[in-house]
Write a protein that binds this ligand. Structure first.
Ligand code: SF4
Ligand code: SF4
Length: 368
């Protein structure tokens, strides 16, 4: 391999590039291709993985809607309830995790919520906040809205730096609030909350919030969507406490983007494309908790070996990183199923009764 410094000749640079990009062929080349305009490019493989998870979420939602409709009609036996919808109950997941640590047993109400949280925390420990940029459907939607913004305005805007820094702290503040509230509960109060009727049908209530959206909820969602059109990743960057938690775990991860200052030609493309607005071109190792491991900076870099993802001391290809993210997530899911830590223990008759009661007088948040 030719070691090319910033003072290297243009001819040497060109031949180095050709040599570096030569190996990818056929479908691999297509898969590792880039999507989007220069400055906003994304790995095609990441886009495909995100889209696959988004479609899975839509299918889970459709099956869950069938389940809720049948439960409301009292049509026992009910259709299968897809436990994967509990991925949308991160607070129940955190409650379950703290309860599990304190009481030694996984709660039977929303075990999948806790298992998904555990798997995603493990993923963050090993492969940074890759859940945010490869799996999370909200992240996918947020990026799609940013693409729409670029289509309309030709670019995404950036919030003034003096405002950006305190706004970024908001998600850590929200995370602190949830953790403080949960850790402040006694073990008995925590278990009582988990087994309360309110938490038992938290999945149905969350779904119905979106189906029966009131004017306030619609205004908030519309506002967040508009801000995401203008500012890339607005929700993830400023408000998502889940992403904040994963970011803190990712600090311990052996995976990180690494820049080789000898090969780097200081073009700055990595800085422009980074969704976390990190100064990649001025770092050797990108260790920030804001880095989602999206690898868009690696995709856009014109010099193959200048930027790469490293796990420990080894450099990985993007497709290896993608395969590892998928494999770890699926292994966690299958492990939870095999060990009976996935499906809840709530019977059909209990669901029907809870939904009947909730329709007469909606269950309120315990403790209020
Ligand atoms: S540093 Fe690279 S991998 Fe990390 S968020 Fe920015 S573009 Fe993505
Ligand atoms: S994209 Fe970043 S790492 Fe790659 S050559 Fe340009 S400045 Fe250097």
């Amino acid at each position: 391999m030719i070691a090319l410094g910033k003072s290297g000749s243009r001819a040497a640079t060109e031949s180095w590039k050709l040599e570096s990009f030569a190996p990818a062929e056929g479908w691999e080349r297509w898969l590792e291709g880039k999507v989007g305009r220069k400055g906003y490019q994304t790995f095609r493989v990441r886009l495909l993985v995100q889209a696959a998870f988004a479609v899975t979420c839509v299918l889970l939602g459709a099956q869950f809607a069938r389940f809720v409709t049948a439960a409301r009609e009292g049509a026992v036996p009910l259709p299968h309830r897809p436990a994967g919808v509990e991925g949308f109950l991160p607070i129940s997941g955190l409650l379950g995790l703290v309860d599990w640590v304190r009481n030694g047993s996984l709660n039977p109400v929303h075990p999948a919520a806790t298992m998904i949280l555990l798997v995603v925390l493990g993923l963050s420990l090993l492969l940074r906040k890759s859940f945010c940029s490869w799996i999370c459907p909200v992240g996918f939607l947020s990026e799609a809205l940013a693409r729409l913004g670029r289509g309309i305005f030709g670019r995404n805007f950036r919030i003034w730096r003096a405002l950006d820094v305190p706004l970024r702290g908001l998600k850590y503040f929200l995370l602190f609030f949830f953790v403080w509230a949960i850790l402040g509960m006694t073990p008995a109060a925590l278990r009582a909350f988990i087994e309360s009727p309110y938490n038992t049908i938290a999945d149905v209530k969350t779904g119905m919030f979106f189906v029966e959206l009131g004017s306030l909820g619609a205004a908030v969602l519309l506002g967040l969507s508009l801000l995401s059109v203008l500012y890339k990743g607005f929700w993830c960057r400023y408000l998502c406490p889940y992403g904040a938690l994963l970011g803190l775990f990712s600090w311990l991860s052996p995976a990180h983007v690494r820049r080789d200052p000898v090969s780097c030609i200081d073009c700055g493309l990595c800085d422009r494309v980074c969704m976390a607005r990190l100064p990649v071109s001025r770092k050797i190792n990108v260790l920030s908790p804001e880095c989602t491991g999206c690898l868009d900076c690696v995709a856009v870099c014109p010099i193959r070996d200048a930027l790469g993802v490293h796990v420990g001391r080894r450099r990985w290809e993007a497709r290896q990183y993608a395969a590892a993210v998928l494999a770890l997530f699926l292994a966690g899911y299958l492990g939870a199923r095999v060990f009976g830590l996935w499906e809840n223990r709530i019977g059909d008759a209990e669901y029907v009764e809870h939904l009947r009661q909730d329709a007469v007088q909606p269950y309120g948040h315990p403790g209020r």
